[in-house]
Design a protein around this ligand. Structure first.
Ligand SMILES: NC(=O)c1ccc[n+]([C@@H]2O[C@H](COP(=O)([O-])OP(=O)(O)OC[C@H]3O[C@@H](n4cnc5c(N)ncnc54)[C@H](OP(=O)(O)O)[C@@H]3O)[C@@H](O)[C@H]2O)c1
Length: 252
C-alpha cells in the first residue's frame, strides 16, 4: 500500500507519515523543505520517495499529481496548510491568497484527480485535514476558518456521492482543535487551550479513515463543539470565537 502525504515535513503530516510507515505503508512525501524531506527519506528508507513542491502554485500541484499518477497510490493525505491571524483589512493580501491556494485549491485539485483514479478501480482512501475551525465563522482568522469550512463541505459532498454509489472509495475529514505543531508560530498566535499532540491527531485520523467514518474529531471537546455549535445562534457563536481568537494574540 502506498500513500502520498502533503505537508509531510512537520506537525500532523509528519506524524501521519511516521504512523503510516509503522503500519508498513510505502510513502511519497511532499513539502517545500528539501532538507527535512531528504532526512525523512533516509529515516524511512526502502521505497520512500520525496518531491519538493510549493503547493500554493497551481502548476506545482499538477506536477505532484503527475509524479504520482502511475505509482498506484492507495491513500491521499491532503494535510499541507496554514493560518493567518489578524483583522481582515490588516492581513497581507498575497500571503492570504497563497493560503487560499494551498488550503483550498491544492486540496481541491488533488482530491479531484485522485478521486477519479480511485473510482476507476473502486478502491482508495482520501484523508483531508480540516479543523474544528471548519464548523464556524472565525473573526480574526477569517479566511483560515473559511478555508476549512470549504474543506469540510467539499469532502462531505463527496462522501455522500460515494455513499450513494456504494463505492469502496473512502473519504474522511480530520477536524482537530489546537495541535502542538508549528502552526501557531506560522499564524503568529499563542494557544489559549491545551493542545493535543500531532501523534494523537494522526493516529485518530487514520483510525477513523480505515473504519470508513467521515468525521474524525479527536477529543470529546471537539465532538461537543462540532455538534453544539449547531444550536448556538450565528451572532453569538461569532462573538465567542472572536473572544477565543483574541485571547491567542501574541503580545509584542
Ligand atoms: N496545529 C493545529 O492547531 C491545527 C488544528 C487544526 C487543523 N490543523 C491543520 O493541520 C494541517 C497541518 O498543519 P500543522 O498543524 O501540522 O502545521 P505545521 O507544523 O506548520 O505543518 C504545515 C505543513 O504544511 C506544509 N506547507 C506549508 N506551506 C506549504 C506550501 N506552500 N506548499 C507545500 N507545503 C506547505 C509545511 O511544509 P514546508 O514548510 O516544508 O512546505 C508543513 O509540512 C494544516 O492543514 C492545518 O490547517 C492544524
Amino acid at each position: 500500500m502506498k500513500a502520498l502525504v502533503t505537508g509531510a515535513t512537520s506537525g500532523i503530516g509528519k506524524a501521519i507519515a511516521i504512523n503510516l510507515h509503522r503500519r508498513g505503508w510505502e510513502l511519497i512525501l511532499t513539502g517545500r523543505n528539501e532538507k527535512v524531506l531528504e532526512k525523512l527519506k533516509k529515516v524511512f528508507g526502502g521505497n520512500t520517495e520525496i518531491i519538493k513542491a510549493d503547493l500554493s502554485e497551481r502548476n506545482e500541484v499538477f506536477r505532484v499529481y503527475n509524479f504520482c499518477k502511475d505509482k498506484n497510490i492507495d491513500l491521499l493525505v491532503n494535510n499541507a496548510g496554514y493560518g493567518i491571524f489578524g483583522k481582515f483589512d490588516k492581513t497581507d493580501i498575497d500571503d492570504e491568497l497563497a493560503m487560499i491556494d494551498l488550503n483550498i485549491t491544492a486540496l481541491h485539485i488533488l482530491t479531484k484527480l485522485f478521486l477519479r483514479d480511485f473510482k476507476k478501480r473502486d478502491s482508495g482512501y482520501i484523508l483531508n485535514v480540516a479543523s474544528l475551525a471548519g464548523f464556524m465563522t472565525g473573526a480574526l482568522m477569517s479566511s483560515y476558518y473559511a478555508s476549512k469550512n470549504y474543506v469540510i463541505r467539499l469532502s462531505s459532498a463527496i462522501y455522500e456521492e460515494l455513499r450513494r454509489e456504494k463505492s469502496n472509495v473512502k473519504i474522511t475529514v480530520l477536524c482537530p482543535a489546537p495541535v502542538d505543531t508549528n502552526f501557531n508560530n506560522r499564524a503568529g498566535v499563542n494557544f489559549s487551550i491545551k493542545p493535543i499532540t500531532a501523534e494523537y491527531a494522526a493516529e485518530y485520523g487514520l483510525k477513523k479513515l480505515f473504519q470508513g467514518k467521515f468525521f474524525a474529531l479527536p477529543t470529546l471537546s471537539t465532538k461537543i463543539c462540532a455538534v453544539g455549535q449547531r444550536f448556538v445562534p450565528e451572532r453569538i457563536l461569532s462573538a465567542i470565537v472572536y473572544n477565543i481568537q483574541n485571547a491567542k494574540k501574541v503580545d509584542v
